[in-house]
Design a protein around this ligand. Structure first.
Ligand SMILES: Cc1cc2nc3c(=O)[nH]c(=O)nc-3n(C[C@H](O)[C@H](O)[C@H](O)COP(=O)(O)OP(=O)(O)OC[C@H]3O[C@@H](n4cnc5c(N)ncnc54)[C@H](O)[C@@H]3O)c2cc1C
Length: 398
């Protein structure tokens, strides 16, 4: 169940005051030091709580890490490009002061084609590139981006609001959640009829159908459609995949809405800055600390057991791990209502993404766009072979 950050802090504080006999050292333990765990820990510590992060691996960062994957070659080994890191988090945690620098990508996506042609989406160049395949599509492209931006702007405002909880009964809590749900609905009502229709299309249609409503050129649909299956175990023709296109317009880089960028030093630079910010607020971070189980005594979470047998006590536990993992592997079955546990067991969270890090002696020369000197198409989010969900990382020599 979700609660607003303020109510979480108040709850933990009042629990701490009411349980003087509790010898827990920490107010909150965070399982996992991915970027979400680090941000959660930093905010809680900033609010005055004592917090410890327990990270299974030798390095914090989760999927946002920079590692030497082959002797002499460092790279963002999993996630690689940033846009969805909210500017409020950057400002609140003063991440720039802790070393974070993000630059805009020189190109978005590069699609080499079997016939030797290509489509490259890059600042100031995308429309003329699209015109190589369809003049009509080139004309519609700006309109497409503008409409997506209107909807993305509204949803961007929502991401900093706590969503309503599903609560039992009709008392004060139920009423409060109802008011919160109505407020969110109101935000969406501010969209005009055309934008509301677009939002409905995005939530219900497949990316394939949605893009075909707008465009005719297959290379353009492939290039844009790639975004709909990133991190989404689905075909671009599955209903609902259109929404993921919107997800790619949500973010921003250095104040530029919808842009994607690279962190200097790789994605690990983001999580290292977060770890520094968290530590500066007093968070204790322990790596090589694999949590085996969430401990429960008298129906209350009281800490965690590590795989090496140690026990770490905390008044509350926040989990930065996949919720299926949390509820089906790290919590005792008997601690959960059977119907909820069954829902968690059936919860689908597979991924069709495959990531490859290649150590190359030089930059690749593509048949479609030859040349080994660095060019914009060497640094996009992905070089997608006919929109296949295979992400190829292009690694320059260190
Ligand atoms: C291949 C790939 C590429 C991606 N590319 C991008 C991209 O370019 N841009 C983008 O915005 N998003 C991208 N994503 C998605 C993004 O990386 C994730 O959404 C994000 O990293 C999730 O962060 P998190 O902190 O919630 O979880 P994670 O990063 O998964 O962190 C969870 C942490 O918990 C730790 N942990 C797990 N179990 C335990 C345990 N029992 N005890 C202690 N610690 C534990 C893990 O080691 C890990 O450090 C990509 C994802 C993948 C897989």
């Amino acid at each position: 169940m979700l609660a607003s950050p303020r109510s979480i802090v108040q709850k933990i504080r009042s629990h701490a005051i009411s349980s003087n006999r509790d010898n827990s050292k920490f107010d909150v333990l965070v399982i996992g030091g991915g970027h979400n765990g680090l941000v959660c820990a930093a905010y809680l510590a900033r609010a005055g709580l004592t917090v410890k992060v327990l990270e299974r691996r030798a390095v914090v960062g989760g999927a946002a890490v920079t590692e030497e994957f082959y002797p002499g070659f460092r790279n963002s080994v999993a996630s690689y490009t940033v846009s969805l890191l909210n500017p409020k988090v950057i400002a609140d945690l003063d991440l720039h002061r802790h070393g974070l620098k993000i630059v805009e990508r020189p190109a978005m996506n590069f699609l080499p084609l079997p016939d030797g042609g290509y489509l490259l989406a890059a600042e100031g160049r995308t429309t003329s590139e699209i015109a190589k395949f369809s003049a009509a599509d080139a004309e519609r492209y700006d309109d497409y981006c503008a409409q997506l931006t209107v909807v993305a702007d509204t949803l961007r405002d929502l991401v900093l609001k706590a969503p309503p909880n599903v609560v039992q009964g009709s008392g004060w809590r139920g009423l409060r959640e109802l008011v919160r749900a109505a407020a969110l609905g109101n935000d969406l009502r501010r969209l005009d009829a055309e934008a509301q229709r677009l939002l409905l299309d995005l939530f219900t249609k497949s990316a394939g159908d949605f893009l075909s409503d707008w465009f005719e050129a297959e290379p353009l649909k492939a290039l844009l459609g790639f975004d709909s299956i990133v991190g989404n175990y689905a075909s671009p023709f599955d209903p609902g995949t259109a929404y993921v296109l919107l997800h790619h317009s949500f973010g921003e880089v250095n104040g530029k809405r919808g842009a994607w960028g690279h962190a200097i030093g790789g994605m690990g630079a983001i999580t290292q800055a977060m770890a520094k910010a968290a530590t500066a607020h007093g968070v204790e971070i322990e790596t090589d600390a694999d949590v085996a189980e969430v401990m429960i005594e008298q129906d209350k979470v009281v800490g965690v057991t590590l795989r090496d047998g140690r026990i770490v006590r905390g008044k509350a536990v926040a989990a930065n791990v996949n919720l299926k993992l949390l509820y089906t592997k790290l919590m005792p079955d008997e601690a959960l209502p059977p119907a909820f546990l069954q829902r968690m067991r059936n919860f689908k969270c597979a991924s069709g993404s495959f990531r490859m890090n290649l150590a190359l002696s030089e930059l690749p020369s593509f048949t479609a766009l030859p040349g080994k000197a660095a060019q914009p198409h060497h640094a996009p989010a992905s070089s997608s072979a006919r929109a296949s969900p295979i992400w190829i990382a292009l690694i320059a020599m260190p």
